[in-house]
Ligand binder design. Sequence first.
Ligand code: FRU
Length: 454
Amino acid sequence: MAYFLKPQYHFSPMIGWLNDPNGLIEFKEQYHLFYQFNPNSPNWGKMHWGHAVSKDLFHWMHLPVALYPEKSLSEKDYSGIFSGSAIEKDEQLVLMYTQYFDPDIFNNRFKEEQCIAFSKDGVNFEKHKGNPVIAKPPNQLFHDYRDPKIFKVSSNEYYCVIGAGENGIGKVLLYTSKDLYNWHFENVLCEFNPDCFGPVIECPDFFQLNGKWVILFSAGFTEKGKRKNYYAIGDFIGNKFLPDCIESLDLANDLYATQTFQDKNNRRIAIGWLHTPDRNNYSVDEGWAGIMSIPKELSIKDNRLIQQPVKEFQKLIMEKTDNDKTLSSDRTLDISSLQNLIYLSIQNLSEGFQIVFVNKKDELILDKSMDSFEITELRNGTIEFKDAYKLENTLDKLDVYMDKTSIEIFFNNGEKVASFRTYPRDNYKKLIVNPFPKKSFSIFQVQPAFNCLL
Ligand code: FRU
């Protein structure tokens, strides 16, 4: 099997299906990435926790599955290990996750329990014998009660936020604990308008950043059927989160379930799942699906979240293409040697411009007009995907990261981001930039990092 669509500097599963990032942590000088994983098929199914480690957030080494689901009671039993998070305690790596019981098989119990597992070496994990540590939600009306995100407040005080729905409203629940075994429900931390965010909140993450409190959350059951990742910035007063603003984390619709962690250098790093929710996912034919976003460092400026690829990315940039030599007479750039591993940076942008990636059969068009930015993917001249975003501020800088089947566009140094998947059938050969901003235009090949051993 040839893996033409596999990313080379984004994390993806060796085989099978990947969704949410789980348990992100720096433990014993390694970054750990766990993830929702179905090793048995390129489709969602019985969930395991896949596991990988890295020293630089790009060169990942696959490790054995960290958490296996219990044995199935029937072929249709989708009970498994749902999303969660990690924390270090007494030199152990502790995972907190949701044990999901398929309601079609287990119809007389709560379908979700919160559990923990331990590891001394960060490779082999043992589920706690006294699981679950939280057996059920605070009352019977809560449903879709999952995705615990833990954080430490002081040496013996832990908080945990859990996503849920109640009475048609998506809510985030707040728990506290002194030892990770005994948890106390404090209150509903916050809830979100169901007309915009639907009746369930998934994968909440709650942290302090630059003196404010930030919540990231995913809304998966909105009326329009879109699954989208959001953030809110605000204050945390009397165990309640009071948002000043709620914004999309990403302009496009392919990013979901972003989780963050703080590394030993006090950086708040975010990784999300990049999928293809509403169109054909061609990588299924290669036996795999789902990739992680580029790891991004978060900060706050003017009460808005700024996202920028972590600085380790700089080490992957290979020699700059000499634009003067590769620019042909029709002002197109020959990019055939870049193999769709591309970092493109443009400054001093004119009000309107177009960037077109071309191979024999496909085109990817990024089109900026007055205040909107349009993305079109063409397969044999037919529109495969089209999306448009309104830009509030003048666009001064554009950074584009392409890795085989993903494009992440950072506007004005991460003021806004649009991340999406595309499935070109060949490497792009030509790049047309119109008008061509000669002075402030750089294009680089990105060095492959995928699956390297440490
Ligand atoms: C989000 C999600 C989580 C759940 C997991 C199951 O994508 O639905 O709420 O824990 O995926 O794979």
